[in-house]
Design a protein around this ligand. Structure first.
Ligand code: NAP
Length: 375
């Protein structure tokens, strides 16, 4: 094992029950073994609905007790003996999408969900139970994604992009729509509907589609202020409001056509929204649809129209490792800017003991702000 200095103990946040507050504890620091790295957590992400995950309202499945968390930015402090390239000191993105090494269909979201199969549950109840709301975390080597620190954090006059570590937390939102848009092969020059485009992941999808070279991005949503804000980002962005009137929406979309792709990232509250049908109706022949939302209810779709127009629909949960690396290339190229110049801000940083305040700030933060735990 290769390592720099690791203290004997460290501080963690622990969840023992969804009906009790998280607790700050001091426990032995994890050790790196074969296949893993121990990483000092610099900033860990918070979802707008994190409070509802850990108080049980969203009914996410996870083992108890465990250390909650999410994707994070960290610095490697120790690696197992089989690490070939990762080494102490490396700046990494900790990708919370952990897959079984003997079964890549067993997927968990570290700190968030044990997934929906017996195999994924086994993965999270054992080795990968604890996540990033801690000073140190043990992560699979393959989930430690190397970041080019000089390029991303270096000063602009030295060839860097001049970001701060907190700016990099936007990766955890931006990489999600990259998975779905890449899965349906969004090509430079194409026209894509993003709906709803006004939430944290939807507004991230708008930026990713632009960076992937979309010729036109049609942002759909109900919130007019947010739609207007998005339209000022780039001349390739048009907006269409979700009004509840399917025909009006379809007509408005068709005026901007032909439309190649419809990317959906609806939350469960949008299950009865008209945009599903209006966006599908506005697609050109052989159009493609990506579903990345969290809708629990069944949604009906126009069967014959699908068949006659050769439409393709693809679901995507998170993103593959290959897509993760493709995303990092896009980021390091500078084509997908972070920071205020792309409307992406840092809404707040909170210590482990300030978790309650942090979750509340994340709940009320704007869609384009990141709120982070800084252990
Ligand atoms: N597939 C994956 O890997 C993956 C990864 C991460 C997240 N997700 C899912 O993505 C979904 C979106 O997450 P988020 O954090 O961006 O947003 P969110 O906070 O869950 O939802 C806010 C968005 O939903 C829209 N909305 C809410 N109620 C609506 C309604 N009745 N009709 C139409 N639109 C409505 C809002 O539009 P207005 O503000 O315009 O009203 C806003 O754009 C979540 O459900 C999450 O589970 C999926």
């Amino acid at each position: 094992m290769s390592q720099t200095t690791l203290p004997e103990t460290h501080r963690i946040l622990q969840l023992t029950s969804t009906s009790e507050p998280l607790q700050l504890k001091i426990v032995p620091t994890p050790q790196a073994g074969p296949g893993s790295a121990v990483v000092k957590v610099l900033v860990a992400g918070i979802l707008s609905y994190s409070a509802d995950i850990y108080n049980g309202k969203r009914q996410y499945p996870f083992p108890k007790p465990f250390v909650p968390g999410s994707s994070a930015i960290g610095r490697i402090v120790a690696v197992g003996p089989d690490a070939t390239t990762l080494a102490p000191g490396q700046l990494v993105f900790l990708d919370c999408t952990i897959r079984g090494r003997d079964n890549s269909e067993a997927v968990i979201l570290s700190g968030i969900s044990e997934g929906f199969t017996e195999a994924s549950k086994k993965l999270m109840h054992g080795e990968w139970r604890d996540s990033t709301y801690a000073e140190y975390t043990k992560f699979p080597l393959e989930n430690c994604i190397p970041l080019n620190e000089q390029r991303l954090l270096g000063p602009v006059d030295a060839g860097g992009l001049g970001y701060c570590v907190e700016d990099l937390m936007h990766i955890s939102k931006l990489v999600v729509p990259y998975g779905g848009l890449n899965d349906i092969g969004l090509k430079p020059g194409e026209t894509v509907i993003i709906a709803p485009a006004t939430g944290p992941f939807g507004s991230a999808a708008v930026r990713v589609a632009l960076a992937m070279g979309a010729g036109r991005v049609i942002a759909m949503g109900r919130n007019e202020t947010m739609l207007h804000k998005l339209s000022t980002l780039d001349t390739r962005i048009s907006t269409v409001r979700i009004t509840g009137n399917e025909k009006t929406e379809t007509d408005a979309l068709k005026e901007l056509g032909p439309i190649d792709v419809f990317f959906d990232i609806s939350p469960f509250m949008a299950a009865n929204s008209t945009h599903f049908k209006s966006a599908i109706a506005a697609l050109r022949h052989s159009g493609r649809i990506s579903l990345m939302g969290g809708v629990y209810a069944d949604i009906s779709f126009p069967y014959l129209s699908f068949m006659h127009r050769n439409l393709t629909m693809k679901g995507t949960w998170m993103f593959s490792r290959e897509q993760m690396f493709g995303f990092v290339k896009l980021l390091e190229s500078g084509l997908l800017p972070l920071g205020e110049k792309n409307g992406l801000s840092v809404g707040g940083k909170f210590g482990l003991e300030e978790w309650e305040e942090a979750f509340e700030k994340a709940r009320i933060a704007g869609a384009e702000e990141v709120v982070a735990i800084v252990p």
